[in-house]
Design a protein around this ligand. Sequence first.
Ligand SMILES: Nc1ncnc2c1ncn2[C@@H]1O[C@H](COP(=O)(O)OS(=O)(=O)O)[C@@H](OP(=O)(O)O)[C@H]1O
Ligand SMILES: Nc1ncnc2c1ncn2[C@@H]1O[C@H](COP(=O)(O)OP(=O)(O)O)[C@@H](O)[C@H]1O
Length: 290
Amino acid sequence: MEGLAIRASRPSFLCSLPGLGGNSQPRYGFLRLPAPSNAAENTKLVANSASFHPISAVNVSAQASLTADFPALSETKVKDERINGEEKPENIVWHESSICRCDRQQLLQQKGCVIWITGLSGSGKSTVACALSKALFERGKLTYTLDGDNVRHGLNRDLTFKAEDRTENIRRIGEVAKLFADVGVICIASLISPYRIDRAACRSLLPEGDFVEVFMDVPLSVCESRDPKGLYKLARAGKIKGFTGIDDPYEAPLNCEVVLKHTGDDDSCSPRQMAENIISYLQSKGYLEG
Ligand SMILES: Nc1ncnc2c1ncn2[C@@H]1O[C@H](COP(=O)(O)OS(=O)(=O)O)[C@@H](OP(=O)(O)O)[C@H]1O
Ligand SMILES: Nc1ncnc2c1ncn2[C@@H]1O[C@H](COP(=O)(O)OP(=O)(O)O)[C@@H](O)[C@H]1O
């Protein structure tokens, strides 16, 4: 177990393995514990990990008994009872895989992360997401885009635009994006995500640096003049209630990784150029290498 540097800020099993694979960048993966040969050994291993991941004695014995009854669970660990401040049901154990995130990243020659594009309706989120995924594809990098509009056709079809439903929309997309990042994919999430606290919650799901918040800094007047779906017109006419920027708030990021500022309709504001700005950021942080 020597040489493992635990990222204390993460309430999970994430740890960094400095120097692994000859790369100076820390790699993130699940801490692998050897398969215990018996319940006592298992208890000891779990107890040893308690310095970074507090678990209760009740869970330790539950783990030991599950392991005895179901050998297939021998490499599972009891997961934190509280994740993201929420109570989790009891008797849920984390099943470990023999292939970890760093293996997948090595395979893909890139690092998983989430590019979170936020901004008003009509600010160009979907357009820049599309340009980014195309430009990365041309460089041989694997992306997947979660667009608010699209996800609301399926996974989030039950959600409206009232505040608590927007929060749930963002939470679900944040969780799905986290899974994609764990696959090693560059996940592009483009949704209005108007509330700072919800974006911060999604950020907190990921290891530091892996959440790249991109703000489409486009004035409301520009978005409204574009109005490709005619929704601003309807909102102004009072036919849509609670429309972001009209009668519902948008909280611009105070401190995000990339700001794409609209300064006119010149080349510097083209979707392609905006995508290149994001790619430069990813390159500078090593996300386009394995
Ligand atoms: N009331 C209201 N407010 C804002 N937007 C509305 C609303 N009703 C429908 N739409 C359309 O839904 C798209 C936004 O969905 P999101 O999932 O991105 O929104 S949110 O993050 O949950 O706030 C948004 O798409 P984009 O224009 O692509 O942003 C709108 O077309
Ligand atoms: N960088 C840009 N410059 C000029 N027009 C743009 C740009 N990005 C998007 N648009 C146009 O603005 C409108 C809204 O873009 P869209 O990507 O659908 O925004 P959002 O996803 O934020 O609602 C579309 O008609 C699109 O062609």
